[in-house]
Design a protein around this ligand. Structure first.
Ligand code: NAD
Length: 366
């Protein structure tokens, strides 16, 4: 989700920041003996426990870490709400260098912190955390999702994320062209890492004309050796290349003042988080150019859905079953956007907020 840059949100007061982003609870965990400096932000638990990964990052300041965790946890609330799953939004950050500061003691101390919240927050992997770290956390608490297969978890979420992205893309095609077939459509996949490679599998299987761009030659090699008729595009030419669909699967903020005017596509649908540099401005810019934008936080929700399917006994079919709902939900967003003359991003936020408000009524005492 976009960063709230209002003066209130930029306030240096810790309590102002928490209040302005409407968080339920923010927990600080400091343990000098193990070097743990963690912040867990629980944004909203109306729909269920707050689930979100733990990011380990060498933040320049504690204020920057707090700002990040408040922003990311709010994003998780809307991602789960729009996906129709019963999870709230939360996230955690650990201040530290993920290459040099990790120890078993740090992770297990962190696991105890997560456990102390009694299940209100469920953690998972994120930037800077690995399956081994999660394994240590899981030694101290049951409130962990996204565990590796050998620990009874759902394993790599990327195939599920790619599948949801593919379905969201098809829903957008249906809206734009009246049919959801992607056969012969020229589709640019920017970033062929974990998710992008699986997305390319779906697209080639359907007979799309696939273009790919990546800064990593090994990843390009992996997709081009698997599929013969894929065209590699230089990374700097991605936006100006003629295409029907642009699928950002690398970085955030690639939809901005510089790139949007170059786009020739009719649809943007990809897995990257936070694709709109400015949610309001760039959502509107796409709409003004008649480019249909499938909101990222819905169509890339396969990862969190995979975690959801892990609560109880993990079942991959269940994960794919929930993920299939992304198609209809994406269509619903487009209809709401057209009916209310708002951007698709705004329509998705309204539907998500409506679900939270409705479920708050269900949960209130009779
Ligand atoms: P990844 O790191 O495996 O892949 C990213 C790919 O993008 C890499 O191949 C990298 O070389 C490439 N890349 C980086 N900069 C680039 C550039 N400037 N131009 C072209 N390519 C570039 O990551 P991933 O797990 O595949 O995730 C991709 C995106 O989807 C990320 O934004 C991530 O946050 C988001 N996402 C992933 C999941 C998941 O299940 N993995 C879930 C939700 C969202």
């Amino acid at each position: 989700m976009a960063v709230d840059t209002t003066p209130a949100a930029r306030s240096t007061s810790l309590f102002d920041q928490v209040a302005n982003t409407a968080h339920e609870q923010v927990v600080f965990g400091y343990d000098p003996k193990t070097g743990l400096k963690a912040i867990i932000a629980i944004h909203n638990t109306v729909l269920g426990p707050a689930l979100g990964g733990t990011r380990m990052w060498a933040y320049q300041s504690e204020a920057e870490a707090l700002h990040d965790v408040l922003r990311l946890s709010r994003g998780m609330t809307y991602k789960s709400a729009i996906s129709g799953i019963n999870l709230g939004g939360g996230k955690a950050v650990i201040i530290g260098n993920s290459a040099t500061d990790k120890t078993e003691a740090l992770w297990r101390r962190y696991g105890k912190l997560v456990d102390s919240l009694g299940g209100k927050y469920i953690t998972a992997e994120d930037v800077g955390t690995s399956p081994t770290d999660i394994e240590y956390v899981a030694m101290e608490t049951d409130f962990v999702a996204g565990k590796p297969d050998y620990l009874g978890g759902g394993g790599d979420p990327s195939p599920v994320t790619a599948y949801g992205t593919y379905l969201g893309m098809k829903a957008a095609a249906k809206e734009a062209w009246g049919t959801d077939t992607l056969t012969n459509k020229k589709i640019m996949v920017q970033g062929v890492g974990h998710v992008g490679q699986y997305l390319v599998d779906h697209l080639t299987e359907e007979g799309a004309t696939v273009l790919v761009a990546d800064i990593n030659d090994n990843n390009l090699q992996a997709v081009t050796s698997k599929h013969n008729n894929i065209t590699v595009v230089p990374v700097d030419d991605v936006y100006s290349t003629p295409m029907d669909i642009y699928a950002p699967c690398a970085l955030g903020a690639t939809l901005n003042d510089d790139t949007i005017p170059q786009l020739t596509c009719q649809i943007v649908a990809g897995a990257a988080n936070n694709q709109l540099k400015d949610e309001v401005k760039h959502g509107a810019m796409l709409q003004d150019r008649s480019i249909l934008y499938a909101p990222d936080f819905l169509i890339n929700a396969g990862g969190v859905i995979n975690c959801y399917a892990e609560l109880g006994d993990y079942n991959r079919d269940r994960a794919y079953g929930y993920t299939e709902k992304i198609y209809d939900r994406t269509r619903e967003i487009f209809h709401r956007s057209a009916a209310e003359k708002i951007t698709t991003h705004e329509a998705a936020l309204r539907i998500a907020q409506q679900r939270i408000d409705d479920m708050a009524l269900v949960n209130s005492t009779l």
